[in-house]
Design a protein around this ligand. Structure first.
Ligand code: FES
Ligand code: FE2
Length: 429
């Protein structure tokens, strides 16, 4: 090697070191900036614009919030037989949930171990194997690689199984998490047992499922779901039957009427306070409460009349609807005759998705016991309206004139949600 070559290598090394040091410095500065930004947020006020537009903050959210919390992936009844599968996409990740030959539900990253193509391109179906559409590697229902053409002699297929994802089932509800150490569901399984058995969640089925793409950062979508300050102005249909936007005294009066009826309808009066997305350290948060509908409404329907057979062993309509919360992305509204599940997930920094499932008892027959259009009417019309206000919100938040504003007394849950996000991010920067 000539002297010139030696010199040039050492100068390259020096330059590499400088670039690396500069990169490290700039990452450190970014982290400092984000840390300062987080601590500058005023509790009870909306977030700074950068929380909706900054790719570094979004990346932190992907790493520490999106992939560290459970996300609803469907009801067990949607994948009843061996080989039945569903695919769920969340931001950059895609999960295959499949029932294997032993009848167990498994979840895998939908990423081929050859060169990374998506393996399964359908959103649901039934199969006895997954063949990668790129070069044809084949995986069985346990995610094990069973065939790969023209690979070297020492190639060991057992080293190339699909990555396993965390999966858990709570009374028929399937959740996945893109982390090997997800928060525990123990508290939810214990404390939600009574209300979930009451609605007989295990024996529900999905009567309808609609995905609503929303051109806005995922937090704007969930923040909107968390508050009903907008309900009176944006949702005339919802406002006719739900009492959430009433002030406390008025709501107490309607609530009284429901409480008097509950027992005779076979509905227990249970309240589980939703503390946070994390109930306790290492444990996913959950909650349950029941709120009265306006007089004359048995359920969330156009005319207030039933849209499906009563759930569980209910004897009659008490005129109420129950809210269930499951962690950070999944919320449910359980009327006496159907359950509506809302799952909010990011697509990318500026786009999110709301997937809604309508569940009825599994022996109900379409056309006879329920009609899909009547079942989905309220939350379809409400979610279309939500899409519009969320996108308008995004447009304003992206303006140079946007500055955080103060929450009303009806945006407490949104405030708790925001504080939780800030706390989770602050612990990582
Ligand atoms: S990327 Fe899947 S077989 Fe090549
Ligand atoms: Fe809304």
């Amino acid at each position: 090697m000539s002297q010139y070559e030696i010199k040039s290598i050492s100068s390259i090394e020096r330059r590499v070191k400088i670039v690396t040091r500069n990169n490290e410095r700039s990452i450190m500065n970014q982290k400092l900036d984000i840390k300062e930004l987080i601590s500058a947020q005023k509790p009870g006020w909306s977030l700074d614009q950068r929380f909706y537009t900054d790719p570094d903050i979004y990346q932190l959210e992907l790493d520490h919030i999106i992939s560290q919390n459970w996300i609803f992936a469907g009801h067990e009844s949607q994948i009843p037989n061996a080989g039945d599968f569903r695919v769920i996409n969340v931001a950059n990740e895609s999960a295959i949930i499949v029932r294997n030959k032993d009848g167990k539900l498994k979840a895998f990253a939908n990423v081929c171990r050859h060169r990374g193509s998506l393996v399964c391109l359908e959103s649901e179906g039934s199969t006895n194997k997954f063949s990668c559409p790129y070069h044809g590697w084949v995986y069985n229902l346990d995610g094990e690689l069973t065939a790969a053409r023209n690979m070297p002699n020492d190639f060991d297929k057992s080293d190339f199984s699909l990555h396993k994802l965390s999966i858990d089932i709570i009374y028929g509800l399937v959740f996945v998490c893109f982390s090997d150490s997800p928060p525990s569901w123990d508290g939810a399984k214990r404390d939600l047992k009574e209300p979930m058995e009451m609605f007989d969640f295990e024996n529900l089925k999905v009567a309808a499922e609609i995905t609503y793409p929303i051109e806005a950062n995922w937090k704007l979508s969930i923040e909107n779901y968390q508050e009903c300050y907008h309900c009176a102005t944006a949702h005339p249909e919802y406002a006719k039957m739900h009492t959430l936007m009433l002030d406390d005294t008025k709501r107490d009066r309607v609530q009284e009427h429901m409480l008097e009826r509950m027992e005779s309808c076979g509905i227990k009066n249970i309240e589980i306070d939703f503390i946070d997305m994390k109930a306790r350290e290492g444990e996913q948060g959950y909650g349950y409460s029941r709120t009265a509908l306006f007089k004359g409404y048995k359920t969330g329907s156009k005319d207030g009349e039933a849209v499906a057979p009563l759930l569980g062993n209910f004897k009659d309509y008490d005129g109420g609807a129950s809210d269930f919360s499951f962690g950070a992305f999944t919320f449910m509204l359980a009327y006496s005759d159907h359950v509506v599940v809302y799952v909010f997930t990011p697509v990318d920094i500026g786009n999110s998705e709301c997937k809604i499932y309508w569940l009825v008892r599994n022996d109900a027959e379409e056309g006879q016991d329920y009609n899909k259009d009547d079942l989905v009417w309220l939350w379809d019309v409400t979610t279309h309206a939500d899409k519009t206000i969320i996108v308008n919100n995004r447009k304003g938040v992206e303006s140079k004139y946007y500055v955080p504003g103060p929450f009303s007394g009806m945006e407490d849950a949104e405030s708790v949600y925001i504080q939780w996000i800030l706390k989770e991010l602050a612990a990582r920067v």
